[in-house]
Ligand binder design. Structure first.
Ligand code: ATP
Length: 240
């Protein structure tokens, strides 16, 4: 257990992601739009996977479900042995905060908060940041190479630097599952490569599962496995 009764699963060999036969449709004025027809996926601690596929095939929809932000119509999701959709909304929000780290293309940093304050945001869900939280935030800011910029505002940083802050924030609670939506989307090739390495290094440090949705071949190739979302199902691609 860690503070506030949080249980650490990463080192217990059960931090896996299991998705079985997930279906998801959206209501429209006509027929429901069937986006996910039969999605299954299983990842063990320390594994990384890219989800690729043309625009509109449902990658973001799937990531929202993995992130417990949206509920499947049918099928099963298990994260660390917990079915997040069996929890009530409050418990699910707490579970999400403790278990899942999100990295988005547009970082979602709060512009009025400094780098360290942004990194500490996930710790606010359980009250004020503890001394441990602050130490962890400082260590992560150092790990992402921004120690000199800790008190700066997001508006004073480059796109790549802001993405680093978003990664540090995603890692604060030591997530077992890291979900990244186009984390290198707006970056030049060198910065994108640096960000990819950083993400993989921090993922390895925590033995977490990393799932990234991307159109970038370079990012997808850096993952251990690749799945194409096609016809509403995931098909594993053989890596060259
Ligand atoms: N809330 C919603 N209501 C209705 N339709 C939706 C909703 N969200 C997404 N869709 C539709 O579901 C389909 C899948 O969308 P999704 O954003 O998951 O695709 P994607 O593969 O992530 O696309 P991209 O690569 O362009 O980001 C699209 O046709 C989209 O228009």
């Amino acid at each position: 257990m860690t503070r506030n009764g949080r249980t650490k699963h990463n080192d217990k060999g059960q931090g896996m992601l299991v998705v079985e036969n997930v279906k998801k449709s959206y209501a429209t004025v006509g027929q429901p739009l069937r986006v996910l027809e039969d999605v299954s996926l299983r990842l063990e601690p320390g594994q990384s996977a890219a989800i690729v596929g043309p625009s509109g095939t449902g990658k973001t929809t799937l990531l929202q479900i993995l992130g417990t932000l949206d509920q499947p119509d049918e099928g099963r999701v298990s994260i660390n042995g917990t079915d997040p959709f069996a929890l009530d909304e409050k418990a699910r929000a707490a579970f999400r905060n403790q278990t899942i780290g999100f990295v988005f293309q547009d970082h979602h940093l709060l512009p009025q908060l400094s780098v360290i304050e942004n990194v500490l945001i996930p710790s606010l869900a359980t009250g004020k940041p503890t001394a441990d939280d602050t130490r962890r935030a400082e260590a992560l800011i150092e790990a992402v190479g921004l120690s000199e910029r800790s008190t700066h505002l997001p508006g004073e940083l480059s796109g790549g630097e802001r993405e680093r802050v978003a990664i540090a924030r995603a890692m604060l609670m030591r997530p077992t599952l890291i979900l990244a939506d186009e984390p290198t989307g707006n970056l030049d090739a060198k910065t994108a490569s640096d960000i990819t390495k950083l993400l993989l290094r921090l993922q390895a440090d925590e033995n977490a599962v990393l799932v990234t949705v991307t159109h970038s071949l370079a990012l997808a190739d850096a993952m251990q496995s690749q799945f194409e979302l096609t016809g509403g199902a995931l098909v594993e691609r053989s890596m060259a």
